[in-house]
Structure formats: structure tokens, C-alpha cells
Design a protein around this ligand. Structure first.
Ligand code: ATP
Ligand code: ATP
Ligand code: MG
Ligand code: MG
Ligand code: MG
Ligand code: MG
Length: 269
């Protein structure tokens, strides 16, 4: 009310800094689990890729996309997820700290909220947290290069981790020996170790592990059956088909043009 509006303390508000994101830019919020090397050890993650953890990360990112406005694509791998706000978004007047904290806190609380759905009776031992950062990308090419960078990172780490843990789990090497063995090796060398020593074709590994997870909005048909009961008639079942916007998960290449041609709505002109 007008009586409450001003006090002599009110001036302190002017100490707040303006952190409005530049117009016309894509706003990317990337979050990353704090100290997940330790977190994954203490919660007995399966190495190199624990599908329960990846599922929980995806579920938490889905919650972010459904609960917050204007996110068109999210990309995740390991303990990180990036969220892209459309360049025309005016959510929270584009205030960087509002966007970043809403994304990371919605994600963190979902990670805890849905823990049981993925880890069952295995207890969550302490409250995990995630850091967040905001980066602006002014062009479609910059945004695509950003997402390509994260997917290339996923590939490099996954090839290393797959070879490292194969040497340990199947080759009987200690972690120190495996690290030494991989020192200075190129991608081709790692593929060769996997193939010639363990008959593993890296190309046949799970797409989710090699490519990470992309979440986008798509129109999908949903059919459901409804029971209809009219007075003086027997109950009948009808099938209803509705199209609605839904978040879908993809584990494909997003570096090349194909994905962007198949989903032209993600990038704006
Ligand atoms: P920081 O706090 O600096 O981010 P960090 O320990 O979280 O430190 P990251 O570089 O973020 O370091 O690496 C995350 C680590 O978490 C990975 O190296 C891996 O050991 C582990 N990890 C994350 N997700 C999974 C998963 N799904 N399966 C197995 N291990 C995982
Ligand atoms: P915004 O998302 O903009 O912050 P908001 O609904 O959270 O919107 P606030 O100005 O933060 O609005 O006010 C929080 C409201 O939550 C209070 O007005 C009050 O109605 C309710 N609330 C918070 N804590 C309590 C509490 N301990 N007991 C009762 N009501 C509470
Ligand atoms: Mg890190
Ligand atoms: Mg981390
Ligand atoms: Mg990380
Ligand atoms: Mg509030």
C-alpha cells in the first residue's frame, strides 16, 4: 500500500546492480554439479556411465523446461546441463541473476525430489548442489558452436572414460596404470585399444553416453481412451487423439546440420 511504500531504509535498493541480459541474444544458463567426483563415488555410481544418475539429471532438466518459461532447448552430459532461453524472451525482464537462480534451484530441488524414482532405496547421503552461470550468444552460429563445444566435450570425455574403465574393469589394470597407459594417446589409439584388446567397437556404445541428451519441445499425438456414459445407454469407450506440446529427449548428433534442419523452430531468425 502507499503507506507501506517508502521507508527511510528504502534507499538501499539502489545498491542493486543492473544485470539485464543484452537484447536479441540467446541466454544460456549452464549448471554443473558441485564436487560430483566425490558425490558419484559416495553414491556408488556405475563407472563410466551410471544410467540412474543420467536419468535423474534428465528428469530434473525436464522439470526446469516445464516449470520455467521460454527455454527452447536443453543439452546435458555428465553432471552438467545447459538451458537456452529464446533470444526474444522477456522472462524476469531478462535479469541474469533471476534466470540463473531459478534454473539452478528448480534443478537442484528436482534432483532431490525425484531421487527415489531413479535410485530406489539407495539413500541420498547429503544435499547436493549445482553452480550456475549465464552466457549470452548473439548469433545462431555462436549458439550452435556453444552446443557443439559441449557435445564434443561429451565425446572426448566418454571415449577417455570408456577406455580407462575398460582397462581397469576388464584389463585388470589399477587406476594409476590405466592413467599411465592413456597418457598422450589420441582418439584413434583409444578406439584401437578398445577394439583389438577388448573387441569393443566404440561406435556401438550407447548413443546417450556418446552424444549426451538434448531436450526440445515437439508437437506429439497422444491417444487416450475415454469412457462415455449417456443416460439410458450402456457405457462406451472412445479413443481421443490430441496433439500437444511435449518435451522430447534426443541422443543424436547436434554438431552437423541435420538436427537443426529437422527442428527449424529452435533457432530464431
Ligand atoms: P566441480 O565441483 O569443479 O564441478 P566435479 O567433481 O563435479 O568438480 P566435474 O568436472 O564436473 O568435476 O566432473 C563430474 C564428475 O562426476 C565426473 O568426472 C564423473 O566422475 C562423475 N559423474 C557425473 N555423472 C556421472 C555418471 N552419470 N556416471 C558416472 N560418473 C558420473
Ligand atoms: P515471487 O515469485 O515474485 O517472489 P511470491 O508469491 O513468492 O512471488 P513474495 O513477495 O515473495 O511473493 O511473498 C511470499 C508470500 O508467501 C507471502 O506474501 C506470504 O503470502 C507467503 N508466505 C511466505 N512465508 C510464509 C509463512 N511463513 N507463513 C505464511 N505465509 C507465508
Ligand atoms: Mg568442473
Ligand atoms: Mg561438477
Ligand atoms: Mg561437470
Ligand atoms: Mg517469493
Amino acid at each position: 500500500s502507499s503507506v507501506m511504500a517508502k521507508s527511510k531504509f528504502e534507499y538501499v535498493r539502489n545498491f542493486e546492480l543492473d544485470d539485464t541480459c543484452l537484447k536479441n541474444c540467446y541466454i544460456v544458463v549452464r549448471l554443473d554439479g558441485r564436487n560430483f567426483h566425490k558425490f558419484s563415488d559416495e553414491h556408488k555410481f556405475i563407472k563410466p556411465n551410471d544410467n540412474r544418475a543420467l536419468g535423474l539429471m534428465r528428469r530434473s532438466a525436464l522439470s526446469v523446461m516445464e516449470e520455467l518459461d521460454d527455454i527452447t532447448i536443453a543439452y546435458g552430459q555428465s553432471d552438467e546441463f545447459s538451458f537456452v532461453f529464446k533470444r526474444s524472451s522477456n522472462w524476469f525482464k531478462r535479469r541474469a541473476s533471476k534466470l540463473m537462480t531459478h534454473v539452478t534451484s528448480q534443478f537442484s530441488s528436482s534432483f532431490v525430489f525425484y531421487w527415489k524414482e531413479y535410485f530406489g532405496e539407495q539413500p541420498l547421503l547429503y544435499p547436493p548442489s549445482f553452480d550456475g552461470r549465464v552466457v549470452l550468444y548473439p548469433s545462431n552460429q555462436n549458439l550452435r558452436d556453444y552446443l557443439s563445444w559441449r557435445q564434443a566435450d561429451c565425446h572426448i570425455n566418454n571415449l577417455y572414460n570408456t577406455t580407462f574403465w575398460t582397462l581397469v574393469q576388464k584389463g585388470g589394470l589399477t587406476t594409476t596404470e590405466a592413467e599411465l597407459r592413456l597418457n598422450g594417446t589420441q582418439a584413434a589409439d583409444k578406439n584401437e585399444i578398445l577394439f583389438s584388446e577388448f573387441s569393443i567397437n566404440y561406435n556401438s556404445e550407447f548413443p546417450m553416453h556418446k552424444k549426451g541428451t538434448s531436450l526440445i519441445w515437439e508437437m506429439v499425438n497422444e491417444t487416450s481412451t475415454k469412457k462415455i456414459k449417456r443416460p439410458n445407454e450402456a457405457e462406451t469407450e472412445v479413443t481421443v487423439t490430441r496433439t500437444r506440446k511435449k518435451v522430447t529427449a534426443h541422443h543424436c548428433d547436434i554438431i552437423g546440420d541435420q538436427f537443426w534442419e529437422e527442428h527449424p523452430d529452435i533457432l530464431e531468425r
